[in-house]
Every structure is written in structure tokens, then in C-alpha cells.
Design a protein around this ligand. Sequence first.
Ligand code: B1M
Length: 210
Amino acid sequence: MGHFEELSQAVIAGQASKVVELTKAALQSGVEPLAIINDGLIAGMNVVGKHFKEGDMFVPEVLMSARAMGSGVELIKPHLSDGEVPNKGTIILGTVKGDLHDIGKNLVGMMLESSGYKVIDVGVDTAPEEFIAAIKEHEAQVLGLSALLTTTMLSMKETIEALKADGLRDNVKVVVGGAPISQSFSDEIGADGFAPDAASAAELVGKLLA
Ligand code: B1M
């Protein structure tokens, strides 16, 4: 078994200590940190998603996998940032109202931070007025919204409508993402951009702020 497959298997099995051990070994042998995340940790979580959907895995097991993945991500985090990076802009990032999924959002936050942005993470289940308060408090240039449920996707639209009503819409770029989100949905609700994964989210923010 290669590095990545073993790591994926450990995530699927929810074995945090094994994930830590394998992540350390991969880092030590010079494997690209981002590849460890994408091809090892996230790849494992994708399999977990499939099992969960098919009823072959249940919430407690999914949470163990999520925790195992998180312990790997924590080890990689310091290897991603380029040290003293200047603040290229401030981003308010959160999961929308009614939605408690935060694994993907956290990865997006990590990528943005390591690309030199200041990330204010407002957490999960965030109402439009909470996003607005955070934008005002931190004078943010970008609002990043994450949603994982087809039912909470609509909270993204509500958040954008609330920005308009508050006169803030032209002050911030709105970036959306999450498994059920697509470019066409992003266009439909009037967001400024959609990113399918964490690395593209950082790229997209760079383009929007250029
Ligand atoms: Co939930 N869940 N879940 N869940 N869960 C899904 C999303 C689901 C697809 C599973 C399934 O049935 N196949 C399904 C949604 C169905 C639908 O709406 N169509 C589902 C459901 C139904 C539910 C509950 C309703 C289950 C229940 O209670 N009956 C419930 C809802 C709770 C709520 O939110 N109110 C629920 C609960 C949970 C757990 C608590 C057990 C746990 C969440 C733990 C946590 O986040 N702390 C959980 C998990 C882990 C999942 C799956 C298995 C994995 C999600 C994940 O973390 N993926 C998921 C199945 C799946 O997606 N395959 C599922 C890994 C992560 C790295 O990917 O989040 O897509 P992702 O993020 C990616 C990109 O999407 C993108 O970048 C990330 C990195 O590449 N991205 C952005 C994300 N946000 C972005 C923002 C951006 C840009 C890019 O810009 C700002």
C-alpha cells in the first residue's frame, strides 16, 4: 500500500493515532503537504461520505473519521503557510444558517490563511445578520459561505439578499462552495464566484481581489 492509500484507510477506520503516525511519516519523506491532504485525508473522507449515504456507516463512525482526518490536517497546517505573509485581505468565512458541517469550511480557511489572507471564521449555523455584523466589524473585503445540505443552500441566497438590503453588497465579494453548490447555482443567487475545493477557493479570492 502506498502512503496515500494507507492514510485514506486510516481515515475511513477512524484511527486518529494511525493517521498522525502516517502523516508524520509522509511529511518526513518529503511528500507535498497539499497532496497528503487531497490524495490521502480528503480521499478517505470521500469514501466515508459514500458509505454514510449508503447506510453502511453511521454518525458516530463518521465523526471518528472526521476527527482522524482533523488530526492529520493539524500536523500539516504549519507546513502550508509561508511564514510571515502580508495580509492580502480580510475574509469572513462561515457555514450558513441551519448547517453544521464544517470540515470543508475549515480546509478552505486553512488554505486562505496560508495564502496570506486574514480569515475570520464565524463558525457554523450562521445567520445572515451575523455575517453582516462580522463584515462591518472587521471591514472585510470577502464573504465566504459554505453549505453542505440542499436545504441550507437557500440560506446563501438569503444572506446575499440581506447584504443588498443593508447596502453592503457592493463592498464585498461573495464566494460560495460546498458539495451541493455549482457554478450555475452561484450565478443564480448572484454570488461573485464558486470554488469546488479549498485550493481553488484561495485562487478565486486572489482573482476577485486583483
Ligand atoms: Co452530513 N450530510 N448530515 N454530516 N455529511 C452530507 C452532506 C450528505 C451529502 C450525506 C449523504 O447523505 N450522502 C447529506 C446531505 C444530503 C443533501 O442535502 N442532499 C448529509 C445529511 C443528510 C446530514 C444530516 C441531515 C444527517 C441526519 O442527521 N439525518 C445531518 C445534518 C446536520 C446539519 O447540518 N444540520 C448531517 C450531519 C453530519 C455529521 C455531524 C455527522 C458530519 C459533520 C461533521 C462536521 O462537519 N463537523 C457529517 C458529514 C461528515 C457528512 C459527509 C459524510 C462528509 C462531509 C465532509 O466533511 N466532506 C457528507 C457526505 C459527502 O459530502 N460526501 C454529508 C469532506 C469535506 C473536505 O468536503 O465539505 O465538500 P466538503 O468541502 C470541500 C468542497 O465542497 C469545498 O472545499 C472543501 C475542500 O475541498 N468547499 C468550499 C466547502 N465549502 C466551501 C466554501 C467555499 C469554497 C469551497 O467558499 C467559501
